[in-house]
Design a binder for this molecule. Structure first.
Ligand code: FBP
Length: 282
């Protein structure tokens, strides 16, 4: 079995343990993550479980996550470098809404370019637990039951006719150019924004459309982290025939300058991302 398959299977096998451990961990800890956000007990629990199990695998050199300052493992060792968002959308736990785990598998020490990704995946804790895995240009959806993953959709591509949109950040904080673009999209598509990027991106992967957490007037670099969120989601959407953008070009081409750097994230059907870039260039 390849190292990549063992990594993906370990994340799938850990998902039920994470889900089972959420109930009693809906309280905030005293600490903040490196991005200055409050950490839930569940964030730390999921991070510890994943780091312990993934770093134990042969062929895994390092593990980094949005919940810890530093990279663990041996950056000089042969093997993959893993970037993880252990609980994306964790602010949804208190209101019992969707969230999940994001993983990027890099073939270079972090921080690395999106072009160094060899695979990316996310586990979605929705009514059921599913996992989307992209490797090369193939994207597969699995249902996770009792830690086993069963393929239910293969060779996933974005439906050509977009249906849904989801835009993060407060509307008054949007730039005038993004606001103008959003006003157009609102006339064309249905709103699907649930506060967890992977839930919203799964709408786009399933029905077609666009998800964005744009650069804001007070924070032009946006909210989402390039290594743990932007790159893996861009890799998956591009493998499914869509496009990603930081506003000017593919997220995968954004220069990696810091482990916890933020980046504006826009992903979806290619022609919608083309229109977004044209609107932001105006
Ligand atoms: P976490 O990974 O810390 O949960 O943050 C990311 C996120 O929750 C995304 O999943 C989501 O798109 C966004 O932040 C929601 O932000 P906001 O609360 O500003 O709408």
């Amino acid at each position: 079995m390849s190292t990549l398959t063992r990594i993906i299977d370990t994340v799938a096998a850990t998902a039920p343990d994470i889900r089972a451990g959420l109930t009693g961990r809906r309280t905030y800890e005293a600490e903040e993550n490196p991005s200055g956000e409050a950490q839930l007990a569940a964030d730390l629990y999921a991070d510890d479980l994943l780091s312990e199990r993934l770093l134990a695998l042969d062929g895994v050199a390092t593990y980094a996550s949005e919940e810890r300052d530093d990279i663990d493992g041996n950056p000089d060792a042969d093997g993959y470098h893993l970037a993880c968002d252990p609980l994306d959308g964790s602010s949804n736990l208190k209101s019992n809404n969707t969230m999940g785990t994001i993983l990027g598998v890099y073939d270079a020490p972090l921080p690395a370019s999106g072009h160094d990704l060899v695979a990316a995946a996310y586990v979605l804790f929705g009514p059921i637990t599913t996992m989307i895995v992209a490797e090369g240009d193939s994207v597969t959806e699995y249902v996770i039951e009792d830690g086993d993953k069963r393929a239910v959709r293969e060779d996933i591509t974005l439906p050509p006719e977009p249906v849904t949109y989801g835009f993060g950040g407060r509307v008054p904080e949007w730039t005038p150019a993004f606001t103008e673009f959003a006003r157009e999209i609102e006339q064309e598509l249905k709103l699907r924004y649930g506060g967890a990027m992977i839930g919203d991106v799964n709408q786009v992967l399933t029905y077609g459309g666009i998800f964005a957490y744009p650069g804001l007037q007070s924070r032009p670099e946006g909210k989402l982290r390039l290594q743990f969120e932007g790159n893996p989601i861009a890799y998956i959407v591009e493998a499914a025939g869509g496009r990603s953008s930081d506003g000017t070009g593919s997220l995968l081409s954004v220069e990696a300058t810091g482990l916890h750097q933020r980046v504006p994230v826009h992903v979806g059907n290619s022609r919608l991302i083309d229109r977004l870039e044209a609107a932001l260039a105006d």
